[in-house]
Design a protein around this ligand. Structure first.
Ligand code: ATR
Length: 292
């Protein structure tokens, strides 16, 4: 669809932003669903996010995605923040309202839809979350919200795991999350666990690494989700699969966080299963060599 006088502008702000796959995805969706919009990358340096949000609003930009390093900093420039995003403490999608932008976090919903697609149940499951960074926070929130029985948070620096556990426990008003240092995984007594791997360990180009090397750890898992999608099958996934677990990579999380954002901007539009499949194939092709 050509850009015209009526075309609504959307985009992504981040730094760097050049590698973002979001323009490709959103321009595919608008083309296929016949929405008169265009989606562009905006490189916004650290410290400039307030100016960028005000400028975007003045320019009548319909919505924005927000990526590294602005997901937390952007929050103070918004008119409203969705409850999930506030609990997670990060915003990755802005939707225009009459008084400014409303912030959402679609990473959490993206993870939830990807897990559902892979047949991974959370309710009543004992879960193991590996990592305590930004992605872990969204994952911890989903696990808590969807009724996990218990969540162990394993992280190299245990202080960050403790902080994450305290925040989510306070929000849920129950002692659901327990923090452990990464090497203390053998203190987990349960088997049949659902693990969510959120660190960058094993990501291209360090594809031989796994956050936990010991095969005994993987015997505890029935399901293993890795938010990494380069390579398509990480060492973590290989080890979990060898131990008999159902595994899934982060490609569908990336895909669905974009779809949820597109739906927020275009509530009347439905993205069909065939369009989802087309976007997935496009993503795989773009990731090319890195996807392994
Ligand atoms: P993101 O926003 O993508 O989650 P992040 O906030 O920088 O990124 O978090 C990175 C996560 O990967 C952290 O949990 C980090 O552990 P620390 O908190 O101990 O730094 C984890 N991580 C990164 N490199 C790691 C490594 N080599 N071994 C173990 N954990 C690692």
């Amino acid at each position: 669809m050509k850009t015209r006088g009526t075309t609504k502008v959307y985009g992504v702000i981040g730094c760097p932003v050049e590698h973002s796959l979001s323009p490709m995805m959103h321009n595919l969706y608008s083309e296929r669903t016949q929405v008169d919009m265009t989606y562009v990358p905006f490189r916004v340096e650290e410290g400039c996010v307030g100016d960028a949000v005000r400028g975007a609003y003045a320019l009548n930009i319909g919505g924005l995605n927000v990526t590294v390093p602005h997901k937390q900093a952007v929050m103070e420039y918004l008119a409203e923040i969705d409850e999930d995003a506030r609990a997670i403490g990060a915003v990755n999608t802005l939707v225009r309202t009459e008084s400014g932008y409303r912030g959402y976090n679609t990473d959490a919903e993206g993870l939830w839809r990807a897990m559902q697609g892979a047949g991974m149940q959370i309710r009543e499951q004992v879960c193991i979350l590996i990592g305590a960074g930004g992605a872990a926070k969204a994952a911890a929130y989903v696990l808590a919200r969807e009724g996990a029985r218990k969540v162990y948070v394993l992280n190299r620096s245990v202080e960050k795991a403790q902080q994450l556990a305290e925040e989510i426990n306070r929000h849920m008003q129950q002692e659901l999350l327990t923090a452990l240092p990464l090497h203390a995984w053998d203190q987990i007594g349960e088997t049949g666990c659902l693990a969510v791997q959120t660190t960058s360990v094993g990501m291209f180009p360090n594809m031989d690494a796994a956050p936990i090397e010991d095969a005994a750890f993987y015997q505890k898992l029935s399901h293993a989700f890795d938010v990494v999608y380069t390579p398509m099958e990480t060492q973590f996934m290989k080890r979990a699969r060898a131990a008999g677990a159902v595994v899934c990579n982060g490609l569908d999380m990336l895909l669905y966080q974009g779809i949820v954002a597109y739906e927020l901007w275009n509530p009347e539009v439905v993205i069909s299963p065939s369009l989802i499949a087309e976007a997935r194939e496009l993503l795989k092709r773009c990731l090319g060599g890195k996807a392994g």
